[in-house]
Structures are given as structure tokens and as C-alpha cells.
Design a protein around this ligand. Structure first.
Ligand code: ADE
Length: 224
């Protein structure tokens, strides 16, 4: 999978891809992430990429020309499955969306800043708009990292234990059951006896019952 991320502050997104599991995914050649600074496509010597909104109002708007030039250049180099704009106005990210994107080959993530992007960029290029939640960030960069992480970890070979993405919270619309490791008792808190029983069928049943109990308690909407 290849992800091209377009931003005014690409340096904000460097470390997540240079650390831990995402770094290993890059090194193994399972995912490539390329950053593009919108200022490299600005149309004047001041490297301007934003301007005042027509009709007045607070905040600046990201201009159509630099974004159109940048996206058009990328599109001339390969076919993209989706061109995604990260914005609080988008569809809220969930595991289903991450699963769907994880089988794509080439993606563009466009990070918004200021008040947003000129509508004509959306009309010309954007195929999907995604929000990571009902709150407003300073820009789309952190949202792009969240989206990339949720997708890349699903690529075959990225996680060591192939099973672990399949048993995630949300993969089957249930939250996770409680988990424990050594010691058996800590500050009077004992590990549930069933987990020490060696009876794996009974353990699976217990885990499922606990997952249902916790989901009912915290996220009954997932069971509807
Ligand atoms: N940009 C600013 N806030 C955002 C959010 N919640 N999700 C995606 N992109 C954003």
C-alpha cells in the first residue's frame, strides 16, 4: 500500500512512521508513506497557500490552485483508489472504514488547515471525507496519522501475531474482555480462576461473556 499525505506541516507527522510497528511495516515494504508540502505547489514567490474567504468571515481558506496542482501531479503518476480529505465534517472513522481502506493500493490523505479548503478542491478531487471524532483539531495532520495507523496495522504481515488484528475490540462489534498476566495475585487482586484452569473452551466462553457484559455496559449501541 502507498499513502501520499498532503499538508502544510508534514514534519508534524514524521515520528509515528519512524517508530515501532509502523516503522517496521515501512522497512518490510508493506506500506510506503510519502509526504508532500503544499507550499511546494504555491503559485507565487511568497509561497502563499491560503487566502481570505469570499463573502467575508473569520479565518483563512486553503487556495484551490496549489492543492489542485499537487493532487493532479500525483494522479498523473498512478491511479488512486481514494482521495481522502480529513475534516470534522466527514464520516466518523470506524473499524469498518479502516478495513475497507486496508485492501486499497494507493491512497491520498489531504490535511486541512485554517478554516478549510476551497470547495472546488472537494468538487474536483476528493472522493471521501473522514473525521476522527466530533471535536476540532488544529489541522488534519494528527487525524491523518490516526487513519494511517488504523489502516496500516491491518495489512497482512504488519502485526506479528496475525490473529491479533482479528481479535481486536470492534472487529466483531464487541469490546475486549479483561486480560491479565503475571503475577497471579497483586495487592489482593487475583486473576479469575477460569484463566488458570487450562480449559480453553471454557476460557473462550468466559471471554465472550465478559466481552458482551462490558459492551452492554459501555457501548450498548454496538449491540443494536
Ligand atoms: N481536522 C480538524 N479536526 C478534525 C477531525 N476531528 N477529524 C479529521 N480532521 C480534522
Amino acid at each position: 500500500m502507498r499513502i501520499d499525505i498532503i499538508s502544510v506541516v508534514p514534519e508534524l507527522m514524521e515520528s509515528p512512521f519512524k517508530t515501532s510497528i509502523l516503522k517496521r511495516a515501512m522497512e518490510k515494504g508493506l506500506a510506503e508513506v510519502h509526504f508532500h508540502n503544499i507550499r511546494d505547489w504555491s503559485i507565487n514567490k511568497h509561497r502563499q497557500i491560503d487566502d481570505e474567504p469570499y463573502g467575508g468571515g473569520a479565518g483563512m481558506v486553503m487556495m484551490v490552485e496549489p492543492l489542485d496542482k499537487c493532487i493532479s501531479e500525483l494522479k498523473s503518476q498512478r491511479d488512486y483508489d481514494e482521495i481522502i480529505y480529513l475534516t470534522p465534517d466527514g464520516e466518523t472513522l470506524n473499524q469498518r472504514i479502516a478495513n475497507t481502506l486496508s485492501i486499497k493500493k494507493n491512497l491520498i490523505f489531504l490535511c486541512g488547515h485554517y478554516k478549510g479548503i476551497d470547495q472546488r478542491v472537494r468538487d474536483l478531487h476528493i472522493t471521501k471525507e473522514i473525521s476522527i471524532g466530533d471535536y476540532v483539531l488544529t489541522g488534519g495532520e494528527l487525524a491523518a496519522c490516526v487513519l494511517a495507523d488504523s489502516v496500516i496495522r491491518l495489512l497482512p504481515g504488519v502485526l506479528n501475531d496475525e490473529q491479533s488484528a482479528l481479535t481486536d475490540s470492534f472487529q466483531d462489534d464487541l469490546l475486549s474482555p479483561p486480560i491479565y498476566t503475571r503475577p497471579e495475585v497483586y495487592k489482593d487482586l487475583a486473576v479469575p480462576k477460569i484463566l488458570l484452569s487450562g480449559n480453553f473452551a471454557a476460557i473462550e466462553d468466559w471471554r465472550h461473556d465478559e466481552a458482551v457484559r462490558i459492551t452492554k455496559e459501555r457501548r450498548p449501541d454496538l449491540l443494536e
